[in-house]
Design a protein around this ligand. Structure first.
Ligand code: AMP
Length: 283
């Protein structure tokens, strides 16, 4: 496995691979890797010749300075995991390498209603930052395929819209959400939970899976009401629990007009904000 910090060195190597006709798969991450990330690496490995993983804690997608400061950084361990996971190239640029101060780094794109709901409503500027960093990565890596997790369902949908607007040839592939044995979705943020909080956290996925059980028999309003009751414990501060159309991401009141239905939630547990989702219907 090769590691690069500069765009120039990375691109030299990628050019070589491209000349050899190799298909390049790309997995963007912010590090503090876990099995969820590694499953994306493995998926890329199966479908591409060369897998590139980026590790970059993108400052422009954090709307709370404290969250950026506290974001876990475990580069050495990450590199070890990637080596074992079969990654070919790790790219871990500095902030200046990604956003050169002498360069105009502005990039704005309108995602319409996709970004005004759920994460977009609660984390102003977050998706603008995500789009900015991915546009930059797409320009740098120019992958044939990009692998992203269902764990961040809204992000995936926004990136699909981004690729469409850019008329990009990069194929976007969704990886399933990898969970701990007790159902908690793996997340870099989980390591910031106290042992007590860690025992409580699986109630989030439990609630989402309970919603899935009810989707064919209960009304959306009833499912939402019961989910909010389930999540109503002193340790949780629920930011949202939505049942949405899986394509438009708009909240729905009936499943009639949606081919994909997804339940998404964001919950604060102590100092940590956790998100998770479950696809309720996928026809
Ligand atoms: P992050 O490092 O949190 O920005 O995540 C990098 C990529 O890994 C994103 O595409 C996430 O959706 C994906 N990811 C994060 N957690 C999981 C998980 N538990 N299962 C599958 N993919 C995940």
């Amino acid at each position: 496995m090769r590691t690069y910090k500069t765009i120039r060195h990375l691109q030299n190597r990628l050019q070589q691979y491209r000349k050899e006709g190799k298909k390049i798969g790309f997995v963007p991450t912010m590090g503090a890797l876990h099995q969820g990330h590694i499953s994306l690496i493995q998926q890329s490995n199966q479908q591409s010749d060369i897998t590139v993983c980026s590790i970059f804690v993108n400052p422009t997608q954090f709307n709370v300075a404290e969250d950026l400061k506290k974001y876990p950084r475990t580069l050495e361990k990450d590199v070890e995991m990637l080596k074992k996971g079969g990654c070919d190239i790790v790219f871990y640029p500095s902030v200046d390498e990604m956003y050169p101060p002498q360069q105009n780094n502005n990039f704005e794109i309108d995602f319409g209603d996709l970004e005004t709901v759920m994460e977009g409503a609660h984390r102003p500027g977050h998706f603008a930052g995500v789009a900015q960093v991915l546009k930059r990565f797409l320009d740098i890596v120019d992958p044939d395929a990009m692998y992203m997790g269902q764990k961040d369902y809204q992000q995936f949908t926004i990136v699909r819209a981004l690729l469409k607007q850019l008329k990009s040839k990069t194929q976007l592939v969704m990886g399933e959400t990898i969970r701990e044995k007790d159902g908690l979705a793996m997340s870099s943020r989980n390591m910031r939970l106290t042992p007590k909080e860690r025992t409580i956290a699986p109630l989030i996925s439990k609630t989402l899976f309970a919603a899935k059980e009810k989707i064919k028999t209960h009304s959306i309003a009833q499912i939402k009401k019961e989910a909010l009751e389930q999540l109503d414990i002193p340790e949780f501060k629920v930011e949202y629990f939505e049942i949405a159309d899986g394509i438009t991401l708009q909240a729905i009141t009936t499943i009639k007009n949606s081919s994909i239905v997804v339940a998404c939630t964001a919950v604060h547990l102590g100092a940590v904000r956790l998100i998770d989702n479950v696809i309720l219907i996928d026809d």
